[in-house]
Design a protein around this ligand. Structure first.
Ligand code: SF4
Length: 491
């Protein structure tokens, strides 16, 4: 069945990991000009999406939106940040999970309804977009992303023009009407001219945390974005909770009945997506990754000369493996730190260079050695296979692959782009066939039980669908990221 495993159609052949979701940020801080602060917050969330970036800023009366393609530093500079004046802002870094990668789909999304209009930024992926579009009577092409569709649904719940309510809570009320209809994964930040709102879906698939500044409050996908702006971590936004921030502080609103709440944080946030310095479920991600490596060494021991991690995300687990096994840790590969994700489709020549654009071997450390190579996950296997070949060409005597998560067998419908089942290595091959396909001397995966134990939080609190097939919500049989566009375009 290896014929289904080609990476030819992959836009990013240098990276074999699941593609990140998105990063969101929001701030309301009286007396502060928050555009630079939002820039710093988005920069700390850059790993969650490198295709586009944007922010919306309000001075209390008018919302200004700026967004574009590329990294945060490609989109923003001193000049356009200086033009974004105000004390409220939301921001977004995007990787496309629904909708193709073009500036039309960059976020925040804006709608000019009510007194000031509102803006929305989304991390996650809805699983009932087609139903929602039909419910709203929208034709294909009217909305190209699930985030844009949600903004449209919210806009339709605003009072008619000229009939805005005196309390300024039209956005909050419109959102509460729309939320019960949404299925799937969402951590939203929204704003009108005077409020910033954060809300997590009832499963809490994607993270969202709340922090405090001296003169206000901050919402962010991950805690390092709080750290970088000098905010003090208060707590995670609860699954199904809505936080409304304005000049008088923040309020917690609960738009869902308690029976709909069922916390299922994406376990891959711990395995790969989140920064190692992030705090999730009260645990630091780096420590959890080290423990994954320790348990992997117990579960799949091997006699070898050196343990090395696949940079960067495999390194903490490799350190843990080395510590528990007593095999020395060493660096076998150097990563080009500036590779970033390009939104220019690579040429065939670039594809053929593949993994070499990102990783280069340290021959002195490799030659003649029996290596344990630790990576956090294998999705399609194309990069891993090229890396193994590179290590052997550099003189490695044996290559023993250890993976700090279980085989990735089922596609994700909750905001992570893994491709379809036909593209997932472990969905098509047995473990011994994978060993042959990757040309390694042995292979070992961490069990789901050990993965959960390494994190130290209850298994019931996690989505593990891509590893176990146990989806926490109903998912459509086929859900393509271009479902709203009526075309097979991939971002
Ligand atoms: S299916 Fe996998 S990647 Fe997707 S939310 Fe669940 S655990 Fe995360």
């Amino acid at each position: 069945m290896t014929g289904t495993l080609s990476g030819e159609g992959d836009d990013h052949p240098e990276d074999d990991h699941p593609k990140e979701a998105c990063g969101v940020f929001g701030v309301c801080a009286l007396g502060l000009s928050v555009a630079h602060l939002t820039f710093d917050g988005l920069y700390a969330l850059q790993h969650r999406g490198q295709e586009s970036a944007g922010m919306a800023v309000s001075d209390g009366e008018t919302i200004t939106v700026d967004r574009g393609m590329g990294l945060v530093t490609n989109v923003f500079n001193e000049y356009n940040l200086a033009a974004l004046d105000g004390h409220l802002a939301i921001g977004h870094t995007r990787y496309s999970t629904t909708g193709s990668s073009n500036v039309r789909n960059a976020q925040p999304v804006f709608r000019g309804v009510g007194q000031s209009g509102f803006a929305l930024a989304h991390n996650g992926n809805l699983t009932n977009t087609a139903d929602l579009a039909a419910m709203a009577g929208m034709l294909p092409g009217m909305s190209t992303t699930d985030s844009d569709l949600v903004a449209e649904l919210i806009a339709r719940e605003f009072p008619p023009e000229g009939e805005d309510s005196a309390d300024g809570q039209d956005l909050e009320r419109a959102l509460i009407k729309v939320l019960p209809h949404l299925e799937g994964a969402f951590s939203f930040v929204l704003m009108d001219a005077q409020h910033v709102i954060g809300v997590r879906d009832p499963n809490g698939f994607r993270p969202l945390c709340l922090g405090k500044l001296d003169s206000g409050f901050v919402l962010a996908s991950e805690t390092p974005a709080l750290d970088v702006v000098g905010a003090h971590f208060l707590r995670e936004v609860e699954p199904g909770e809505m936080i409304v921030i304005d000049k008088s502080g923040f309020r917690s609103v609960h738009p869902y009945p308690s029976e709909r709440l069922n916390p299922k944080l994406c376990i891959f946030e711990f395995v790969y997506f989140a920064r190692p310095d992030s705090q999730l479920y009260g645990k630091e991600v780096h420590g959890a990754r080290r423990r994954m490596g320790e348990l992997l060494a117990e579960q799949a021991p091997v006699d070898a000369d050196m343990v090395m991690g696949v940079p960067d995300s495999g390194v903490p687990a490799a350190e843990g493996f080395a510590k528990r096994s007593g095999i020395p840790y060493g660096q076998g590969l150097v990563k080009n730190r500036y590779i970033g994700r390009t939104f220019i489709a690579p040429s065939q020549e670039m594809r053929s260079r593949g993994v070499r654009r990102k990783l280069n071997p340290l021959r002195e450390n490799i030659t003649g050695k029996r290596l344990v190579v630790v990576d956090d996950s294998i999705v399609r296997g194309t990069t891993t296979r090229a890396m193994v070949r590179m290590l052997r060409d550099s003189g490695a005597r044996e290559v023993h692959l250890r993976v700090s998560s279980p085989p990735y067998k089922w596609p994700c419908f909750y905001g992570i782009d893994t491709g379809t089942s036909s593209e997932l290595l472990a969905a098509n091959l047995s473990v011994s066939e994978i060993q042959d396909y990757l040309d390694v001397d042995s292979i070992g995966y961490l069990s789901i039980e050990n993965l959960v134990e390494a994190i130290g939080a209850p298994k019931a609190g996690f989505c593990t669908a891509c590893l176990t097939g146990d989806y926490p919500t109903q998912v459509p049989v086929t859900l393509s990221k271009s479902v709203l566009e009526g075309s097979p375009v991939r971002g």
